[in-house]
Design a protein around this ligand. Structure first.
Ligand code: NAG
Ligand code: NAG
Ligand code: NAG
Length: 423
């Protein structure tokens, strides 16, 4: 094997890593490299609408949060968005109404103390969308980093209670539901359908990533707080799968990165990694509905249950990565993008997985695709999912080309993707 093909295989392995951390809100860049004066606004200087709730969104630069902020502004909300590095938030300032309705606050989950959470909620924040996470990269993490996420949500909920916020919506992950079950014979059965009653087993010896562990422990801590303190706000947690679509964030992280590397031809081929898709528009809509819903469900299946909602485009099994690459190839191949759909043999991945604990987790996931039940989000939140996988996949790539993240080939032409019959 030549050095370069081995390098390609390592890259392929890192793609698996990326697939595993899909739907993670991105936390980008390192703070401290800039010494310019901070562009943070004075949090008390803006007018807030009397009619619409004033909203805090944490992790503002990320994949889900950017689209959420754009939509909140369009609907007329005033928004305070926290970002780790305000210098990287320039795309947020280009959103319509940002000049009058958006405040940017610098905030790093890793560095803050309890008081900071109280300050963030000052001025009448009514809805809180907690999207931030302390890490998004698929690398082994210290228990300390995982503790930060858990501590952070507890402080935020405490502050929310003291400030009389009415809604807290936490952007969790499907990784808190359908990981860590491989030593459980019932859940390992391919006919098993995961629902919001399922929790990732964080002590499992099987398929379990540090990301899944973090998302599980953070959400559990939130529910523990809510059940212990019975606060006046309503808490909901949303558990998206692999988020694609017209993603406004300008960083290449998590699910976006999979499409990016495939378009760039970084990987020598494809492998059987499972992708439970959900369109960003549906994820954003779920956030609104979770906060706005007035009546709780009286349906006996959902009444008195925790407000956890799995978000995936389809009930049951979704698609594997080779299909995603094939869809990209069919559409972008003729425009000059070289996309490989060659199937990398599993033994190659097996060998690479011997050298790394995390890779061995990924290797175990090849060919494993969970069935996920999205009925609760449909029946309780009233979501109607966009179901066209090709549209989500192609929109993701088109957006990155238009943002300049992926080079525009000579043969490239933008297409109107919404409502197009050909997808
Ligand atoms: C706030 O409201 C005042 C009075 O209505 C108005 O003059 C001012 O321009 C507003 N400021 C912003 C930032 O919208
Ligand atoms: C929250 O509500 C309580 C009870 O109505 C009130 O006493 C308190 O001042 C409020 N706190 C804030 C920060 O608005
Ligand atoms: C979680 O995994 C551990 C280790 O394999 C196992 O002993 C335990 O029974 C599992 N718990 C559940 C609820 O499946």
């Amino acid at each position: 094997m030549t050095e370069s093909s081995f390098h390609g295989i390592l890259l392929a392995i890192s793609l698996i890593a990326v697939l595993l951390v899909a739907s993670i809100p991105s936390v980008t860049g390192s703070s401290g490299e800039d010494v310019k004066e901070s562009p943070i606004e004075d949090l008390s200087s803006m007018n807030h609408s009397e009619d619409l709730p004033f909203v805090l969104v944490t992790g503002g630069n990320g994949l889900v949060a950017s689209n959420l902020i754009s939509e909140l502004l369009q609907r007329g909300h005033h928004v305070r968005a926290t970002v780790r590095d305000p210098f990287k938030a320039s795309h947020l300032r280009t959103f319509s109404k940002a000049e009058t309705h958006l405040e940017i606050a610098a905030f790093d989950l890793k560095e803050q103390d309890k008081q900071v959470y109280k300050d963030l909620l000052m001025g009448g924040i009514d809805w809180i969308f907690h999207v931030a996470a302390p890490f998004v990269d698929f690398l082994p993490q210290s228990d300390e980093t995982i503790k930060i996420a858990v501590q952070s949500i507890t402080w935020l909920l405490q502050a929310a209670q003291e400030s009389n916020a009415s809604q807290v919506v936490y952007t969790g992950s499907g990784a808190a539901v359908y990981f860590g079950y491989s030593d459980n014979p019932i859940k390992s059965d391919p006919n098993y359908i995961f629902t919001e009653d399922d929790w990732t087993n964080v002590t499992s010896m099987g398929i379990l990533t540090d990301y899944a562990k973090m998302k599980t422990l953070t959400e559990l801590a939130a529910w523990e707080f809510v059940e212990k303190h019975a606060p006046n706000f309503r808490f909901s947690s949303l558990l998206p799968g692999f988020v694609l679509g017209t993603l406004l964030s300008e960083t290449v992280t998590s699910s976006k990165r999979v499409i990016f590397e495939t378009m760039m031809g970084t990987y020598p081929g494809v492998f059987d990694l499972y992708i439970p898709l959900v369109d960003i528009r549906d994820v954003v809509e779920a956030h609104f509905r979770a906060a706005m819903q007035k009546e709780e469900s009286t349906d006996s299946r959902w009444a008195n249950q925790r407000r956890r909602f799995l978000l995936t485009r389809k009930k049951g099994k979704d698609i594997f990565y080779p299909k995603v690459a094939a869809i990209l190839k069919e559409h972008f191949g003729p425009m000059g993008y070289s996309i490989s759909t060659w199937h990398i043999p599993n033994w190659v991945l097996r060998i690479a997985s011997l050298f790394d604990r995390e890779l061995s987790v990924m290797y175990q996931m090849l060919g494993v695709g969970e069935q996920i039940d999205n009925s609760k989000s449909i029946e309780v939140l009233g979501l109607t999912y966009h179901s066209n996988a090709a549209e989500m996949i192609l929109n993701t790539a088109h957006t990155m080309i238009q943002q300049g993240l992926i080079p525009k080939k000579v043969g490239y032409h933008a297409r109107s993707l919404f409502g197009s019959g050909e997808l």
